[in-house]
Design a protein around this ligand. Structure first.
Ligand code: NAP
Ligand code: F7E
Length: 375
């Protein structure tokens, strides 16, 4: 408690340093923007990849030869404790945001062990690295509404029991409890943000929202003919990622570390999402959507809807962007991106884009990897 108070006092007088794991992901990119605007020096932990994985943060990139770069990327991996130790000792961050994860629920059934390693044990590695380094940063853990799984109450809040329905959900429950345990055992300022689904034009292309908005845009442009989806009945509480990263930061600015549910409190089905996305391109989704059972999960989460009353009251947080506006924004962004990518041509949103001649070597089914063993 005293240490925490002293820490907050110090923070007002010195430049704040943040470390983000998962900086190349959707949330990492929005959070990096947000913290840079607040004057933080931001370090991003990035894993080595044979192809570039920095598309979402290229606009923030600063030449490392710059005498005072505000954003710096460091190689590391949540699977590699020695890299985490080294990074923490050299950077000595004031705040750590653990957003890195194998974050795809369907894929977690294909790679359950890897998901447990990164999404679960990765959090423990980071917490241990904090202890080993002897620093006292505030710690944010990206917990998930998927932990509620087969929901035990509607809506879900901070006291709702967990019932995860996927290897991903189970791994997140581990990370949630190890974060609570380190808070209670070692007096760490460690918080869980239990975030419900949040999307944006930067959302990974195999999550259902982006798959649909991209599919609608590509179908409108004549690049794709069909869109293959799984279960259209499930319902989710979808918000805008840009709103949600602010909540992460607010949690770490409190006097005491606590866990918070972040959600809009409204839920919609996949068919609602389809209605809005295809209406934006003046098409009827029923003419294009096909069901592919490979996109079903072995165990589904039927309904998630959060009660973020605690965050609204204690953090003063609320979502700004509505579901309708979010999906329309994503479709518009995908139209622009596809036009740029496919011919750099503007103004081709007529009935027969590309003169109706361009034959795509691509079908919607390729958007999401599927396992031959999947049901
Ligand atoms: P995302 O776009 O899938 O980003 C995941 C990030 O983790 C990427 O930067 C990825 O790097 C990185 N990563 C993956 N494996 C790693 C490893 N072994 N070591 C280090 N980094 C690794 O996910 P997101 O939507 O931004 O979500 C951010 C976090 O919030 C995740 O932990 C997710 O599980 C959680 N969450 C998300 C939602 C949501 O609706 N978006 C809701 C609740 C919780 P690459 O770019 O190299 O793949
Ligand atoms: O699926 C159904 C699917 O993959 C949403 C992650 O960010 O949010 C995300 O997990 C729903 C599910 O997100 C397809 O069965 C139908 O019911 O977009 P999703 P998710 O599983 O809710 C939570 C909060 C996280 O923490 C995760 O990291 O849509 N659905 N057809 C489909 N889903 C996908 N992906 N693809 C389909 O074709």
């Amino acid at each position: 408690m005293n240490r925490r108070k002293k820490q907050s006092k110090k923070e007002t007088t010195r430049e704040r340093v943040a470390l983000i794991t998962g900086i190349t992901g959707q949330d990492g990119s929005y959070l990096a923007e947000f913290l840079l605007q607040k004057g933080y020096r931001v370090f991003g932990l990035m894993r080595r990849s044979s192809s570039f994985n920095t598309a979402r943060i290229n606009h923030l990139y600063q030449d490392p030869h710059d005498p005072d770069p505000r954003l710096q990327l460091v190689y590391g991996d949540l699977n590699d404790a020695s890299s985490l130790n080294k990074i923490l000792r050299s950077i000595r961050p004031d705040e750590i945001y653990n957003l890195g994860a194998q974050s795809h629920v369907r894929v977690s059934f294909d790679v359950p062990e890897y998901t447990a390693e990164i999404t679960g044990v990765g959090t423990l590695r980071l917490l241990e690295a904090i202890r080993d380094s002897g620093i006292h940063p505030k710690f944010y853990q990206a917990s998930s509404s998927e932990m509620f799984g087969k929901v035990q109450a509607i809506p879900q809040n901070e006291t709702t029991p967990f019932y995860p329905r996927s290897p991903y959900g189970v791994a997140k429950v581990y990370s949630y409890w190890i974060t609570v345990n380190y808070r209670e055992s070692y007096n760490m300022f460690a918080c869980n943000g239990i975030l419900f689904n949040h999307e944006s034009p930067r959302r990974g292309e195999t999550f259902v929202s982006r798959k649909i908005t991209k599919g609608a845009a590509r179908i409108k442009l004549g690049i794709q003919q069909e869109l293959f989806l799984g279960n259209l009945e499930s319902r989710r509480d979808w918000g805008f990622a840009g709103d949600y990263v602010e909540a992460m930061w607010l949690m770490l600015q409190q006097e005491e570390p606590e866990d918070f549910v972040i959600a809009t409190g409204k839920h919609y089905s996949i068919t609602d999402l389809l209605d809005i996305a295809f209406e934006e391109v003046s098409l009827n989704w029923k003419d294009y959507v096909r069901i592919d059972s490979r996109y079903y999960r072995p165990a589904e989460v039927d309904l998630l809807v959060g009660d973020s009353g605690k965050a609204r009251k204690k953090l003063g947080w609320e979502p700004r962007i509505s579901f309708n506006d979010l999906i329309r924004m994503m479709v518009k962004a995908d139209l622009e991106e596809e036009i740029q990518k496919n011919h750099g041509t503007q103004g081709l949103l007529g009935d027969k884009p590309f003169g109706g001649k361009w034959v795509p070597a691509y079908s919607g089914a390729e958007l999401e990897s599927v396992s031959p063993f999947s049901r």
